[in-house]
Design a protein around this ligand. Structure first.
Ligand code: ADP
Length: 550
């Protein structure tokens, strides 16, 4: 029997139209480095998005599913692009401006980008690469910057404001199949080559609803979210589209991502929510410890992208800011789990839930698979690789213009689930705890040591600012952990002390690292995660001064 319900496609077009009318007064505030930030209402942003769509179609010839790329910070221009490009049936391709030049060029060519909208401030990085991007026919420059850098290297250059000025304020949007491509992001390649993930209108729509759900970020038009997580990193964890759906005000830091301006924007604009990777919160913590600021408006923070050390959560609890741990990947849109504890618990009872990666929302199913391919029980003890499926989880990677989409065996199971490459356990009530990335886990004498657990234990020491643990070859055990430690300013502490501290905090004796080194900073990837590839290489090249303590 067929249902009697209307079959209305779930599209970004609906999100745009809804946000600019029903939530027309909500605002996007962008930091500019000037005394006053830039402010625009959803109604204004929606109208400008419509004008941008006209410009892209009538002036630049985008009339189908061509890729329109963005190389931009988090700001209101970028929000306009997020709405206009998918709504007109084209594909928004967000480019990560922190990638090495080679990867950026490779990605633009692979995606066959026709137009690049770029912030003026990013031109010094972008202009020299353009001659190697033959598919790019138009460059649109938004915001201040030296446009002369494009002389002689860009086919056609447009100024964003001039391009959209005076264009119509309504658009006869095309009928879009909700399963068609709306946006694409390449994985940041922490553990391999970048791979293209293509989101559909439907996946973005459903994901946005889940982001706003009370059991996830629980945002409404009473909230202002500080979106530190870049718009080029998994669509800013879905926040801009989710915000337009529920009228959530947005505070956008543009390129001012350093601890001092972040502290200033929080104190001045008083966001109620924020989202960023642990590195950002570590940096901000050091700043507000040195020069106290009022962060209390920001009652809730979504933290993910890498494991959040429990010590960081405790430190923010003391500042009146509650970090809520979330797990996801480019392939999962990214919301995969969120660590809101079950109802009715005391603060003490909540703690063991808060330090997990969280539980799956209704749209995401998870399972654990053991080394022999067997499905493992949810007993909080059996560790295996996490596999997930759901309407906003990737089922393939983009294969290129003439290629078929790719389903590599190491990334997708026979029955179509995504193999996440993350190893962990799940509790009987569905809370996921990741112990490591499959590629980072230390395989010592047939047993696994979690690099993340060791890092968390070391980072709990009061003299330690950051710590990264990697596997290094060992004649006897195959692999052993190497602890690389960044000490807090002025701190002096012996490795013996750190080892004793770990033993006392419950790390099993056979897991205690023998190899230690102090480094100045943990190398980070383009999206601020620990770059263990670099540490392993430095060790292999003999660049690290390792002390052995037993
Ligand atoms: P990349 O794989 O290139 O780093 P992603 O941004 O897609 O790009 O990263 C996804 C990965 O980040 C996950 O597979 C997982 O290993 C890690 N990750 C994300 N959130 C968390 C978290 N809360 N705890 C631990 N690891 C996390």
């Amino acid at each position: 029997m067929l249902s009697t319900m209307q079959d209305v496609p779930l599209t970004v077009t609906r999100i745009l139209t809804h946000g600019m009318t029903i939530h027309g007064k909500s605002q996007v505030t962008t930091w500019t480095g000037e005394p006053e930030p830039h402010r625009a209402s959803f109604a204004e942003i929606g109208t400008r998005a419509i004008r941008l769509a006209h410009a892209l179609r009538d002036e630049l010839g985008i009339d189908g599913d061509q890729r329109v790329a963005t190389l931009m910070w988090n700001n209101s221009f970028h929000v306009e692009a997020y709405l206009a490009i998918p709504a007109m049936g084209a594909v928004l391709h967000t480019l990560n401006l922190r990638l090495p030049a080679e990867q950026l060029v490779w990605i633009v060519n692979h995606a066959d980008d026709k137009v690049v909208i770029v912030n003026g401030s990013v031109l010094p990085l972008f202009a020299p690469l353009l001659p190697r991007m033959p598919s790019v026919e138009h460059v649109v420059v938004a915001g201040p910057g030296d446009r002369s850098l494009l002389d002689g290297v860009a086919p056609r250059v447009h100024d964003y404001e001039e391009l959209i000025a005076g264009r119509p304020t309504t658009f006869d949007w095309p009928e879009i199949d909700e399963r068609s491509a709306a946006a694409m992001c390449y994985t940041s390649g922490t553990t391999g080559d970048p791979k293209g993930v293509v989101y559909s209108h439907r996946s973005i729509y459903l994901h946005s609803m889940q982001v706003n759900a009370t059991e996830s970020m629980g945002l409404t038009d009473a909230d202002t979210t500080l979106a530190v997580v870049p718009q080029f990193h998994v669509l800013s964890w879905g926040l801009p589209h989710a915000a337009f759906m529920s009228g959530v005000n947005m505070l956008m830091p543009d390129r001012f991502l350093q601890p001092v301006p972040l502290a200033e924007m929080i104190e001045r604009e008083r966001p109620t929510h924020a989202a960023a990777v642990p590195t950002i919160w570590q940096g901000l913590l050091a700043e507000v410890t040195a020069r106290p600021r009022d962060l209390t408006s920001m009652a809730r923070v979504t933290i993910g992208g890498a494991a959040c050390p429990p010590s960081l959560m405790e430190a923010y609890d003391k500042l009146g800011v509650r970090l809520c741990h979330a797990w996801g990947m480019t392939e999962t849109s990214p919301l995969g789990t969120m660590a809101n504890p079950p109802a009715g618990l005391s603060a003490e009872e909540e703690w063991p839930y808060r330090v997990t990666q969280g539980r799956f929302p209704a749209g995401v199913e998870g399972r654990l698979v053991g080394p022999g391919g067997e499905h493992l029980p949810w007993d909080n003890e059996s560790a295996g690789e996490l596999e997930v499926r759901g309407p906003w989880i990737a089922g393939a990677y983009y294969g290129g213009v003439d290629g078929e989409n790719l389903r590599p065996e190491d990334k997708f199971s026979q029955d179509g689930w995504l193999k996440t490459g993350d190893v962990g356990v799940i509790s009987p009530d569905g809370f996921l705890t990741l112990t490591d990335r499959a590629k980072d886990v230390i395989k010592s004498g047939g047993e696994w040591i979690s690099s993340v657990e060791l890092e968390n234990a070391i980072m709990a020491h009061p003299d330690v600012a950051e710590a990264a643990v990697v596997a290094v070859p060992d004649d006897k055990w195959g692999e052993r952990p190497l602890a690389t430690v960044v000490l807090k300013e002025g701190a002096v502490v012996g490795f013996e002390n750190l080892r004793t501290f770990l033993a006392e905090s419950g790390v099993a004796k056979w897991q205690l690292p023998e190899r230690w080194t102090v480094i100045e900073a943990v190398p980070k990837t383009s999206v601020g995660k620990f770059d263990k590839k670099v540490i392993r290489k430095r060790h292999a090249d003999g660049e690290l001064d390792v002390t052995v303590v037993v």
